[in-house]
Design a protein around this ligand. Structure first.
Ligand code: BGC
Length: 732
């Protein structure tokens, strides 16, 4: 039962941490210190708070005013979850981060980060506010589309690559929202009550992996409370864990409003920057009908430093972190200039690649009377296809709130109920119509369109066609949670839905010779009609090239290879909390470690589609698993993966570990994966090394990671419920 190798992650292993390793580190620190020595108290104060919301001359979310006399540029920031969220700049709308996660492709995550950052920089932004990585504990969370699913290892690794990509463009990367910020209901006041082990093994882990391996320079703190105190004012989270244990040398930034409640508490806990801040702490402002809060890091902080309640050394540390991050990112040497042009062709290419790599073929059955699965459709065939609903004639849907990306050329769909409040309640639809793309790829087909509002007419058209393709959408936004994972209808989302989508699909499925459902969603959805449709493709929010990407997958120009980054349950009642309380401000993480697929495994609940699931137009077989313990505590898992079908394809081979019983863990956890490309008939010996820390548990008594001796069960397969091959490994 004893640890062979305590897995406290040494700071030295954080060599990749942003600017803190390698030969540059002393130079960056020395440069920052030298500049700090020249600064007045007022200048220091100016550098640790934003100047207000909506005041930046180049738009975006925030600006910390620079100090020209010292060569410190304005530190401008823009939201950029899935592309730059600034109106009127023609930035590229990429697929949402949940789609990126479904690609399970680290190098694509790097490209995604780099491509968005190139646009941020061209527009003059110093800092990108993408990088959301809160886990999908509650898939009804309105921001699920902005994050990367329910597994900390998947999300953390992709986040690391995204951050590296971002910072390769001299743009400071952000990771957010630290921590346990997993639903939008009462987001300023809810209190996430999470035990230490659960916090460390699940909710902090994507941040830990992402920061240690990806080195983002900025960490945005959440609005909510964690275990009774505001996240932004938690010295345990800010200083003990993030700065001291993980060795984070960058900036700790507050989320935009109501995150800070006390100057001295926040400053002394370790907060380094208040956003959106204001030019005067003592005056509250408004943003439309929204009352902006008073702020705390301007005059109040100066007074606290002068009174000694916040030590000057703490203020100096805030400033040093800012300066060293500016130096390390390359921004000091080369600040961005606004007004550059966006390379739309390059953006579109990355957007389309991410869309195509992320689509998940959930189901693909043989229709009655056929011999082959319904998908892929044959592009050259003279066939009749009816496309139904989801505004597929106009475009593809995207998410709202700060994770939105404005359409370049106007919204393709008009809102049904006008919006009010700070966030729009109307979805943005990019003019990338699947209907047009289907017509283009299948020139010999007769393709008609019905808008879905008349289910009877849709069923009749489906009965007369060779294939019926129904598009269904689910809109999500910051600020509001979904009431259910049921596909929204005209009652639950009156601004964006004109009819009952489930009823439409049910009617079409009953009549169609062959039925295909294409989902454009930000989270999981339930599918009461699943048994009656032949095929289902999850396209997520596929971005500006969504139309062609969907057509390429439907017709087999692209062989789908995405895998679910979160479990799709059979019903809302299978989720770990029955509903999201509108009134109870305590969000009790009483499920502990049983979150995401761990919940379904531990509770013996059969999901609709398990975490990691995704089909292909070819088939893969796994054989010959072997496991080997290495001297550094890692484990190498080897196996043979064969493409047994007739087309080239990629398989995300997933490695799960079951820990010794004494660990008290849910049945399995994802510990590694590899996306393997194989030609038809090709087989490959795959060897995946599982890092020692992926096999460790958090000991809440010693407050350390530990690895237990005992028997570990390694399973490889194509989903979390596919135990294609397994091997027991005894470790002492
Ligand atoms: C969101 C952040 C966002 C910020 C700036 C906040 O409401 O929670 O994710 O970066 O606004 O727009």
């Amino acid at each position: 039962m004893h640890l062979k190798r305590p897995l406290v992650i040494a700071l030295v292993t954080a060599g990749l941490l942003y600017g803190c390793g390698g030969d540059d580190a002393p130079t960056v620190d020395q440069q920052a210190s030298a500049l700090l020595a020249k600064m007045t108290l007022d200048e220091k104060i100016q550098l640790v708070h934003g100047a207000g919301y909506g005041v930046s001359p180049i738009g975006g979310a925030g600006i910390v005013k620079g100090i020209p006399r010292l060569g410190i540029p304005d530190i401008t920031s823009a939201d950029s979850a899935g592309g730059v969220n600034v109106e009127g700049v023609n930035a590229t709308p990429y697929p949402a981060p949940i789609a990126l996660a479904a690609s399970w492709d680290p190098s694509l995550a790097h490209d995604y980060g780099a491509s968005i950052a190139a646009e941020l920089r061209a527009l003059g932004f110093v800092e990108g506010l993408g990088g959301g990585v809160n886990l999908a504990r509650e898939p009804r969370n309105g921001r699920t589309f902005e994050y990367m699913g329910e597994d900390p290892v998947l999300a953390g690794n992709l986040l690391a690559q995204r951050s590296l990509g971002t910072q390769s463009q001299k743009v400071i990367a952000t990771v957010k929202h630290f921590a346990a910020n997993d639903q939008e209901t009462n987001r300023f006041t809810s209190n996430s009550v999470v035990d230490e082990r659960t916090l460390r093994e699940l909710h902090l882990l994507p941040f830990e992996i992402g920061l240690k391996d990806g080195g983002a320079g900025n960490v945005m703190w959440a609005y909510n409370l964690v275990n009774g105190g505001k996240a932004c004012e938690s010295s345990y989270l800010l200083t003990d864990v993030l700065k001291n244990e993980w060795g984070f040398k960058g900036i700790v930034q507050s989320d935009w409003f109501f995150a800070v409640t006390d100057t001295v508490r926040a400053a002394n806990a370790g907060l380094d920057e208040e956003q959106a801040g204001s030019s005067d702490d003592y005056t509250a402002a408004t943003l439309g009908s929204f009352s902006l809060p008073v702020t705390y890091f301007n005059q109040k902080l100066k007074a606290a430093v002068q009174a000694g309640t916040v030590p000057l050394a703490r203020l100096d540390d805030m400033v040093l972190r800012k300066l060293r991050t500016l130096y390390a990112s390359g921004v000091m040497a080369s600040p961005p200039t606004a007004g550059g042009t966006i390379n739309q062709a390059a953006g579109n290419a990355v957007a389309q690649k991410v869309a195509e790599q992320s689509m998940v073929l959930l189901k693909n059955a043989v229709a009655s009377g056929d011999t082959a699965s319904v998908l892929p459709l044959t592009a050259s065939a003279a066939q009749t296809i009816v496309v139904i609903g989801g505004h597929a004639d106009a475009g593809v849907i995207s998410g709202g709130g700060s994770g939105a990306v404005p359409a370049r050329d106007g919204n393709a769909v008009t809102c049904l109920v006008p919006s009010s409040g700070i966030f729009s309640t109307c979805a943005t639809w990019y003019k990338s119509a699947p209907l047009a793309a289907i017509r283009a790829i299948a020139p010999n087909a007769t393709v008609t369109y019905l808008d879905g509002s008349d289910a009877t007419a849709a069923a009749a058209a489906a009965a007369a066609a060779d294939v019926a393709i129904v598009f269904a959408t689910q809109w999500q936004t910051e600020g509001t949670d979904l009431s259910s994972l049921s596909l929204p209808n005209n009652t639950t989302d009156p601004a964006n839905q004109a009819y009952d989508q489930n009823a439409l699909i049910t009617a079409v499925a009953a009549a169609a010779k062959r039925s295909v459902v294409v989902l454009e969603t930000g989270s999981a959805v339930t599918m009461p009609w699943l048994a009656n449709v032949n095929a289902v493709v999850e396209a997520w929010y596929p971005g500006v090239q969504g139309g062609p990407a969907i057509a390429n997958v439907l017709f087999g120009a692209v062989n789908p290879s995405g895998k679910l980054p979160l479990t799709f349950p059979q019903s809302d009642s299978d989720l770990l909390q029955a509903s999201i309380s509108a009134t109870d401000l305590t969000v009790n993480y009483s499920e502990g470690l049983k979150m995401g697929y761990r919940w379904y495994d531990a509770q013996n609940i059969t999901p609709l589609f398990p975490f990691g699931h995704g089909l292909s137009y070819t088939r893969f077989s796994y054989s010959g698993i072997s496991t080997r313990s290495n001297s550094d505590g890692s484990v190498t898992v080897g196996f043979t993966l064969k493409n047994t079908g007739a087309r080239a394809g990629a398989e995300v081979a997933q490695v799960y570990a079951g820990l010794p019983a004494a660990a008290g863990e849910p049945p399995k956890r994802l510990v590694a994966w590899e996306k393997v490309q194989l030609a038809a008939g090709e087989s490959k010996a795959v060897s995946i090394t599982v890092k020692p820390e992926r096999l460790s548990i958090w000991n809440a008594t010693t407050h350390r990671w530990q690895t237990l001796s005992g028997s570990y069960n390694f399973v490889v397969g194509g989903s979390s419920r596919d135990s294609a091959q397994s091997s027991l490994l005894s470790r002492s």
